[in-house]
Design a protein. Structure first.
Length: 262
C-alpha cells in the first residue's frame, strides 16, 4: 500500500481530515496498532468520516497518530477486515456504508454502543439476546437432565445469596444464563450471545438505572425459567426467558429524548 493508494481521490469523492490526538509513541507497536484501529473505528462510527469519504494521505495520518507507516498500514488493514474501509489501488481508502460493517466485531460494536445516544444499538442487542437465549432455554428444557436442573437450582441459589452484593449478584446472574446455554448445547448461538453480552456490559448505559427491587424481580424471573426447564416445558422456558431479558432491559433503560430507535 502506497501513499498514493491511500490519498488519491476519485471524482466526486472528498478527502476528510480528522482531529486525532497524537498517540504515545513509546508504546509497543502492537498496542499502538490497537489504539490506531480504535481511533479509526471511532471516527467512522461517529460520522467524522462518512460513507464515501476518503482517508487523509498516509503521511498526514502517520503525523496525526504519531506512528510509523508500518503500524498505520497494518491498522488500516484491520479496519478494512471489519468492513469499515475499502482500499483500492489508484482510488485511495474509502469509508464503507454501514451495511458493510461487521457490527458483531468487538471493536465496532463497542464503538457503536459508546456513541449511540439514542440507545438504539442496545435495544437491538437486547432484542437479539432475547431471541437467541429464549430458543436456547427452549432447547435446555428438552435436553436438561436431573443433574443439570440441580445445577440451575444451585446457580439460582447463588443469586439469592448475593442479593446484598451487586457485583457478586451480576456474576451469578451471568453464570445462570451461561449454564442454560451450555445445557442447550447450542454452541453457535451461545457464542454470539456471549459476544453481545460481553460488549454490552462494558457500557454504563447498558446497566442504566437501578429500579426498585430489581434484583428480587430478576430472581423471580430466573425461577420461572428454571421451573420450566426442570419440568421439561420448552414453550414455557422460551417465553419466560424472552420475557425476562426484554423486561429487564426495559426496567433499567435510561430515558432518552426523541425516538428510542434509529
Amino acid at each position: 500500500m502506497t501513499t498514493a493508494e491511500l490519498s488519491a481521490p476519485s471524482e466526486g469523492q472528498a478527502v476528510v481530515s480528522m482531529g486525532i490526538p497524537n498517540l504515545e509513541t513509546k508504546m509497543p507497536a502492537a498496542r499502538l496498532g490497537v489504539a490506531v484501529v480504535r481511533s479509526l473505528v471511532d471516527v467512522i462510527v461517529t460520522g467524522v468520516l462518512k460513507p464515501g469519504d476518503l482517508l487523509p494521505a498516509e503521511g498526514a495520518l502517520t503525523a496525526q497518530f504519531g506512528v510509523s507507516r508500518t503500524v498505520l498500514r497494518e491498522s488500516i488493514k484491520r479496519v478494512e477486515e471489519k468492513g469499515l474501509l475499502t482500499v483500492s489501488q489508484g482510488r485511495g481508502t474509502t469509508v464503507n456504508p454501514t451495511s458493510s460493517w461487521d457490527v458483531a466485531d468487538e471493536t465496532v460494536l463497542a464503538a457503536m454502543i459508546d456513541h449511540d445516544d439514542s440507545l438504539g444499538i442496545l435495544d437491538e442487542v437486547s432484542a437479539v439476546r432475547a431471541s437467541l437465549e429464549s430458543l436456547m432455554a427452549r432447547d435446555a428444557a428438552i435436553r436438561a437432565s436431573v443433574e443439570e436442573a440441580d445445577q440451575l437450582r444451585k446457580a439460582l441459589r447463588a443469586m439469592e445469596l448475593a442479593l446484598d452484593d451487586p457485583s457478586a449478584f451480576r456474576q451469578a446472574d451471568i453464570n445462570f444464563h451461561r449454564l442454560v446455554m451450555a445445557i442447550s448445547d447450542s454452541r453457535l448461538a451461545a457464542s454470539i450471545a456471549h459476544s453481545l453480552s460481553d460488549r454490552a456490559v462494558e457500557s454504563q448505559r447498558y446497566h442504566g438505572r437501578d429500579p426498585e427491587r430489581a434484583f428480587e424481580l430478576t430472581i423471580d424471573e430466573h425461577r420461572q425459567v428454571l421451573d420450566a426447564i426442570a419440568s421439561g416445558d420448552s414453550a414455557g422456558a422460551e417465553a419466560a426467558m424472552r420475557s425476562h431479558i426484554e423486561g429487564s432491559w426495559q426496567r433499567r433503560r435510561l430515558p432518552v429524548a426523541g425516538k428510542s430507535r434509529h
